[in-house]
Design a protein around this ligand. Structure first.
Ligand code: GCU
Length: 591
């Protein structure tokens, strides 16, 4: 305001704290609501989108724009909803127009929602499956709240903000890479921006089920059910597994309840992905889940699934597509899993961030074991408490979302992070948070090599169940003798998985011997790696890096041209390289 109390039309040009008011209201894992087959109101489809390089939307309060055409404006404005491009949601703007490919900034998505109020006491939540990286939500010009983290769902209570009739829903999504974010500003995948997973509304009763889990108890002779309500009230819930003849009341005190029932369900495994229909009921609210019951544990350097030692024949996958960007459709996910099955895999590492929830749902059905992870990748700002809070929140949101997925056996808390005191505190804190949030699964990370002693040695391993080893002997380090030396020198007391190894190959580039970027060398690379890896008893699995070539702006040789070419299949997700059949044959040898 000026001295005369008149609104200064130019104030926004001088206010560099324009984003301050939107620090409050950021929601996280505490807002998570289990979907559990509940009916949702789908808001996907055509939205108006306007790119916003300078955060003008927050500076000039674009969220206060109404639907009036410019001819009716009293003063000029720099934003007009209808002038935005019509874009599909979910989508990544980075793949919608060539001129948007490398856009890193904010984008304003707007659509209208027709609304009719429900019964007294009804609560309505907006669910956003994922938005990379930060999102702010406005309804009818009012700021509702926001979220940080580019790959996990979040929920906002819009009960009091929806009005009967037409509502204006605006979501600002901003994908700037920053040193204090998770991941930070230097990554080896494409920084897709957008509202890129499903957007919906959820109508719930005044008191509803926020979290509902069922898993085999540690002795394997009972099923532990847990329930958490939206309110700290007392009551009685009901759990049902008809195929096991189980139905029982579950007492709830202050919004929480646990019940352990003797049961001996058929065990879930990749070979026999047996799922049961499980219902959780409280009042008028019902959650239905398809759950597989299995145990996963380590014993010495062994990994035991349902008490049996397993060897993880795996491949890493990114969410990356020439047409979809980071969007994963069911067809795209099924193609990924079909290729993994043809490769002979029983395991996938979902690099380097939480993948779409449909991946674990389909892995449950088709029988794959999964390493799911958060993007604590490379040089994270480990000394920054806000960065730790962001990483921990993404982890807790991933755990809350996929807690009932039998396929998920490992929570990965980081990848290739240099050893410092701050990093150790940060990542051991994440490992403990994972274990607290979910004691039924293993915790892993891609760990470090001690280059002096040339051993697999990383202080973080004492907080882990599984030691991940990313090694590229034969690619980034020319010969394989280093791998032999490393494996011979190391004495881990827990299972090791080769969480990454691979070599680039350009399709149809051929040659004899170690000629980089040839299909022949990529193929020979896997033969040389596999022989050495499988000779070591404490190595209990391999996640080849990786299934498909993917976009990476930091890869600019003639063979790469903006792609990381370590895929066993080209970025077209159809052209197989020689190494695909080589690894398939290696995996087909009995382990
Ligand atoms: C690293 C990293 C991957 C990367 C790969 C590579 O280990 O974890 O994200 O793409 O190596 O260099 O291709």
């Amino acid at each position: 305001m000026t001295e005369t109390g008149v609104q200064d039309p130019f104030a926004h040009l001088h206010d560099e704290n324009y984003a301050g008011p939107f620090e409050a209201g950021m929601v996280g894992a505490e807002s998570h609501i289990i979907l559990g087959g509940r009916e949702t109101i789908n808001l996907d489809g055509a939205w108006r989108m306007t790119l916003d390089l300078f955060d003008e939307g927050l500076r000039q309060r674009w969220y206060e724009a109404n639907e009036d055409p410019p001819s009716q404006w009293p003063i000029p404005r720099d934003y007009e909803i209808e002038a935005g491009d019509l874009v599909p949601v979910p989508s990544c703007w980075t793949v919608l127009k060539p001129e948007w490919t490398y856009f890193e900034g904010a984008a304003w998505y707007t659509r209208h929602v027709q609304w009719q109020a429900g019964p007294e006491g009804e609560r309505v939540f907006l669910r956003i499956g994922a938005a990379n990286y930060r999102a702010l939500v406005f309804l009818n010009g009012v700021y509702i709240g926001g979220h940080r983290g580019g790959s996990t769902p979040f929920y906002l209570d819009v009960t009091r903000h929806l009005t009967a009739g037409q509502n204006r829903l605006q979501i600002m999504v901003e994908n700037r890479r920053q040193p204090d974010r998770v991941p930070m500003h230097h990554i080896d995948w494409f920084n897709d921006g957008g509202l890129y997973r499903e957007v919906s509304l959820l109508r719930l009763p005044a008191v509803f089920i926020r979290d509902a889990r069922a898993a085999l108890a540690s002795d394997g002779q009972a099923i532990r059910f847990t329930l958490a309500l939206s309110e700290p009230v007392d009551g009685v819930g009901r759990v049902e597994i008809p195929e096991l003849g189980l139905t029982a009341d579950l007492p709830i005190i202050a919004g929480l309840g646990t019940l352990v029932l003797p049961a001996n369900p058929e065990r879930w495994s990749p070979e026999s992905p047996r799922l049961y229909d499980v219902a959780f009921r409280v009042g008028t609210d019902t959650v239905q889940e398809r759950i597989g019951f299995r145990t996963i544990e380590t014993r010495g350097t062994n990994i035991l699934l349902n008490g049996q030692s397993i060897w993880l024949k795996g491949v890493c996958v990114h969410e990356d597509d020439l047409v979809l960007g980071k969007v994963s459709t069911e067809a795209d996910i099924r193609r990924r899993l079909t290729h993994a099955r043809e490769l002979g895999c029983n395991f996938l590492r979902l690099a380097h961030y939480p993948h779409h929830e449909k991946v674990a749902e389909l892995a449950d059905e088709l029988g794959f074991l999964l390493w799911a992870e958060i993007p604590v990748y490379w040089a994270i700002d480990f000394a920054n408490p806000a960065t730790f809070a962001d990483a921990k929140n993404q982890l807790l949101e991933l755990v809350a979302r996929d807690a009932n997925r039998a396929s998920v056996i490992i929570w990965g808390v980081g990848n290739e992070n240099a050893d410092t005191e701050a990093r150790l505190a940060f990542m051991s804190g994440l490992a403990e948070a994972a274990r607290m949030a979910d004691p039924t699964r293993l915790v892993g990370a891609a760990c470090l090599i001690n280059r002096e002693t040339f051993t697999l040695e990383d202080r973080l391993t004492q907080w882990l169940d599984i030691i991940g080893l990313n090694e590229y002997f034969g690619w980034y380090e020319p010969d394989f003798s280093g791998l032999e030396r490393l494996l011979a020198n190391s004495r881990p007391n827990k299972p090791v998985i080769i969480s990454e190894t691979g070599a680039d190959a350009h399709l149809n580039h051929r040659g004899e011997g170690r000629i980089l970027f040839t299909e022949d060398w990529q193929s020979e690379f896997y033969r040389q790696q596999f022989r050495r890896i499988t000779a070591v008893p404490y190595i209990r699995g391999l996640a080849a890096w990786l299934l498909y070539d993917f976009r990476s702006a930091r890869r600019q040789t003639g063979f790469q041209k903006g792609f990381n070419r370590k895929g066993l299949i080209g970025e077209d997700k159809a052209s197989r390289k020689q190494a695909f059949s080589t690894l398939r044959d290696l995996y087909s040898t009995p382990r």
